[in-house]
Design a protein around this ligand. Structure first.
Ligand SMILES: NC(=O)c1ccc[n+]([C@@H]2O[C@H](COP(=O)([O-])OP(=O)(O)OC[C@H]3O[C@@H](n4cnc5c(N)ncnc54)[C@H](OP(=O)(O)O)[C@@H]3O)[C@@H](O)[C@H]2O)c1
Length: 270
């Protein structure tokens, strides 16, 4: 894929903002960025020196690739509207882990996926070089060109089909979304009790460091793993009094760690 590749980015939220910056930083040409709110489009366009647009009618028909970085629920609608503005032969991809590429099929002859398997928040800079970029397309030549595009920003580029990507996304929800929610519970408990959440950060860090090199299943520790019912009962008693909303997740996680612990044990003793 040559330096002259022209890219248009539709959606400048968590993914679009960082992807746009990265594509620009590696020397690729992002011609336009689109957002329904022009201020958001301009926030990125000023950084990457391109045109900001808020109407799809203003979109250039000259780009080689159109990247839809919009919420999953909006992909089809945006694709339908876009198809009224650009030739149907253009390559249009989206960045979702969960939505199949075929959602674009009714609107474009050439469609695909450019899914960065990472968590993005607009306020946090990410290092793209090791982010797995999952690419796919209905045409072999586009799979190859998307792979090439991915390699411009990352060393980890993979051809992953819709089925595989949807499975990866389920696993990603567990390892990121759910673990982050568990950190949030830890933060809520410590801050309510006026204890510093910082005290837990080395533990969080070590949990992640360990599973990078060893199986998380083998690294599991704690009262559930040990079958330590006395400690579990103490925890449940405390939660019942102070955070009843977390009892169910505590019980579910405990049972999931150690299926030998029966539901009776996990029920809090009177
Ligand atoms: N965040 C992540 O960690 C992550 C990671 C990998 C992949 N993804 C995927 O990347 C895609 C974008 O996610 P995101 O987190 O970047 O979302 P986001 O932060 O909510 O940004 C979505 C962007 O789309 C625009 N938008 C929203 N609704 C729209 C509509 N109906 N029509 C046109 N534009 C609309 C929003 O701006 P305006 O409202 O101003 O138009 C915004 O620029 C999703 O498919 C998501 O599954 C997300």
């Amino acid at each position: 894929m040559s330096k002259e590749l022209k890219i248009i980015l539709i959606g400048v939220g968590n993914v679009g903002f960082h992807l746009g910056k990265e594509l620009h930083e590696v020397g690729l040409e992002v011609n336009q960025v689109y957002s329904r709110k022009i201020t958001k489009a301009k926030r990125l366009s000023k950084i990457i020196k391109c045109e900001a647009i808020k109407n799809l009618e203003d979109i250039s028909k000259e780009a080689d690739i159109y990247i839809l970085a919009v919420p999953d629920s909006a992909i089809e609608n945006v694709a339908a509207n876009l198809s009224k503005q650009i030739p149907l032969s253009k390559l249009v991809v989206h960045t979702s882990g969960a939505t199949p590429s075929t959602v674009l099929k009714p609107y474009f002859k050439n469609y695909g996926i450019f899914y960065p398997l990472q968590t993005f928040s607009i306020t946090r800079k990410v290092n793209f070089s090791n982010i797995p970029i999952c690419v796919d397309s209905n045409l072999k030549k586009h799979r190859a060109s998307l792979e090439k595009l991915g390699r411009r920003i990352s060393q980890s580029v993979h051809q992953i089909n819709d089925q595989e990507r949807s499975i990866l996304h389920i696993a990603a929800v567990f390892v990121n979304n759910f673990s982050n929610n568990l950190f949030t519970i830890g933060e809520k408990i410590t801050s309510t009790e006026k204890l510093p959440f910082d005290l837990l950060k080395p533990l969080i860090q070590e949990t992640v460091d360990k599973i990078i090199v060893q199986s998380p299943h083998e690294m599991q520790t704690g009262p559930a793993k040990r079958g330590d019912n006395t400690t579990i009962q103490l925890h449940l008693k405390y939660l019942k009094k102070h955070f009843p909303e977390f009892i169910e997740v505590y019980q579910t996680m405990t049972q999931n760690i150690n299926s030998k612990l029966s539901k009776i044990i996990l029920r809090q003793k009177k």
